[in-house]
Design a protein around this ligand. Sequence first.
Ligand code: NAD
Length: 354
Amino acid sequence: MNILVLPGDGIGPEIVDQAVEIIKILSPDFKLNYGLIGGAAYDAHSDPFPSDTLDKALSADSVLLGAVGDWKYDKLPRDKRPERGLLRIRTALNLFANLRPAILYPQLAEASTLKPEIVSGLDILIVRELTGDIYFGQPRGIEKNNHGEREGINTMRYSESEIRRIGHVAFKMAQLRGKKLCSVDKANVLEATELWREVMTDLSSHYPDVDLSHMYVDNAAMQLIREPKQFDVMVTGNIFGDILSDEASMLTGSIGMLPSASLDENQKGLYEPSHGSAPDIAGKDIANPIATILSVAMMYKYTFNEINKAEKIEKAVGKVLNDGYRTLDIMSKGCKQIGCKQMGELILRNIINE
Ligand code: NAD
């Protein structure tokens, strides 16, 4: 297997280094290839997603990414900014299914802004459609209307095949977990999501073991705060998923803990932490590498189908937290504060000693 490693910017290289050590131990036969993306790629090639990176990504079995971005690039034209590199790699690899778990290790229940009893043991998976919806629908733009006034236009569009494709992913994920799937839409107001609901309902006949429910997005946003543990897997479109997955991730109170995967139809994936490049703490050895390490666990689970290796990683993370080790972002009273490198080393040691 061939993994493309894209460390990116800010804390990206530090956190990716720790994750790579784990891959080397668990899969010494995997080939690791490195490439540039984001600001690092712009600095070297004046392009945040150079053709060399595209070629490597197309031929890789899987991609591990750190994060992109730095405030120093904010004045560049939009197509040169680091974040554009991320959008381009997602499009180039046709990564239509974004999986974002929101898991709260019981050891970190105090880190959430919600009461510990509401969130302790939380384990939700949000499946977000990533290549359609109002973010890509045409027509779009800013135009003058008949009264000579400027009007901003975006179009929410979903075809049946797009909905079916993400629906299958979500039902299959639910089968692997608690067999409960909540489809989130706004079918009472938006025709695009009325179709979404119809297609999800039709699909459910293929998955009789999964309990499908529907929820309007405004209610879903509320229920995530009121009683988040009622959810197992949630599936939704691009814009609703963007908002709900950020909301769900913050229930856990620790952005440094949350992995993500973006998959194509053949389970090839781009794996990355949910957080950004954190330029404010880059190079100080204080970043939390766990989100990136758990992204590697997702890679084993979804692309390589090696569940035992994924579980080994997850167990090792749990053990290090149980032993009271914390990076600064999840530090609490009575625990031992350690840096990014030491956190990676401790998790690795637990994997080796298991
Ligand atoms: P951010 O996620 O980088 O940081 C938000 C806050 O969380 C900061 O205080 C940061 O120090 C902290 N943080 C983030 N990851 C952490 C970790 N692993 N350990 C400890 N603390 C951590 O978001 P931001 O500050 O809004 O954006 C910074 C840059 O990242 C911007 O250029 C933005 O465009 C980019 N960004 C990239 C991605 C991505 O690569 N997927 C996602 C979001 C933002």
